[in-house]
Design a protein around this ligand. Sequence first.
Ligand code: NDP
Length: 483
Amino acid sequence: MSDVKLNLIAGEWLAGEAEIENRNPSDLSDLVGMFAQASADQLDATLHQARRAQAEWATYGMERKQAVLMAIGTELMARAEELGTLLSREEGKPLAEGKGEVYRAGQFFTYYAAECLRQLGENADSVRPGVEIDVRREAVGVVAVISPWNFPTATASWKIAPALCYGNAVVWKPANITPASAVALTEIIARQDIPKGLFSLVMGSGSSIGQRLVESPLVNAISFTGSVPVGKGIASAAIQNLTKVQMEMGSKNALAVMDDADLDLAVSLALGGAFGGTGQKCTASSRLVVHAAIHDAFVEKLVAGAQAMKVGHALAEGTQMGPVVSAQQLSENLAYVDLGKSEGAELACGGQRLEMPQDGFYMSPGVFLNTTTTMRINREEMFAPLTSVIKVGSFDEALSVVNDTNFGLTSGIVTRNLARATHFRRNARTGVVTVNLPTAGTDYHVPFGGRGDSSYGPREQGRAAAEFYTTVKTAYISAGAPQ
Ligand code: NDP
């Protein structure tokens, strides 16, 4: 088929061993496109070429690298409307979120463009007289980027941009559910002044091409975002080759709402945090830990807000929540609704499959009440437009419930009390903590990552990314006496 979108293998756009179709989850009659699936041989070929290209990239001056990253970022930002539309069409998030994501992806590239010029080392005197020490960072080599579908452009960009900035080659295996955004980003990168094969796109399923990629001894580092079971499998594969690994794997984030909170602010943070991106965010507010004194008033407004949310086609005007991404995700979500009810939670609203004029994976935003921390709906990442209210009697109990999870990505508190906000900020066991702000929504110039099952390895984003994408070299220099 002539309009199949291809993989970028060793610098060439190539057809694969098979093709998959990609359909719009808002309207299954809309075929987004056909996408090539890379073969094992193609993967091996591109990994070999990546190694050669990386050596060449290492010789580029820093201004030349900076220009490449700046051009990618500038183009993404300039085309945010067009590429955001494509992203929303294939992933299902409302257009404003799709455009925002592409723009943010551009900012990752422009941020790391500037970082190309800021790679400073350290120096020291040796304990041995006449010897000086120079400590600097070097590229790791070939980096495998494995990204999920929920932020198909932004997540990939916050990995690809620092990988290139710090001098690495990249082999990118995007989620097979969102290949169109991957091809669009790859087309931009491939047009730049980079060595042939420095950047590769290998579309295909995680269990085949993804698994082969993480098992390859030609890969020096793996950056992964996705589910815990897949992450653990990747870590096991990586350790066989002693490959460096960094993983971000979702969470069970809690927003604590105190009795002194601004009620309207708390409700709007909860609605945005729980249902933004159709709840398919690793930073989603899936547990709402609410003080008893404000509980009833909060719940009344929360349920009314959830019921008023306009669910619809991602590209339709006024849509506040799009469909979920796939049939599988929808059926898992509905199974969680049944599970919650069977565990004794009260479904106050939503959680139902919705029929729309067009065939898609629609469901209504759901709120569970009277839930406890031991219920599976409060322990497992659902990745659904579902949230649970847990009633607590005090600030101390709220903090203990927030921390009662195997995950630890983000947490938040809504309060006007400085002492409570400060104590929470210092004692919540998460990598990100927010005060009077949503649990979702982070900046790009500071570290991002979690604790527990949420993350493994060095932090992503900001300057913290250098820890993963570089290795440290300590040089000892004896200059001798001048003649
Ligand atoms: P996965 O963990 O299966 O997928 C994430 C990425 O890993 C995709 O690119 C996937 O490829 C790839 N992958 C899958 N298996 C392997 C493997 N054996 N080796 C290498 N790469 C692999 O997540 P799903 O998309 O299936 O989502 C399932 C659940 O994971 C969600 O419901 C949610 O709970 C969680 N999740 C969390 C995310 C987060 O932001 N932390 C993001 C996405 C999901 P492919 O998709 O092509 O198979």
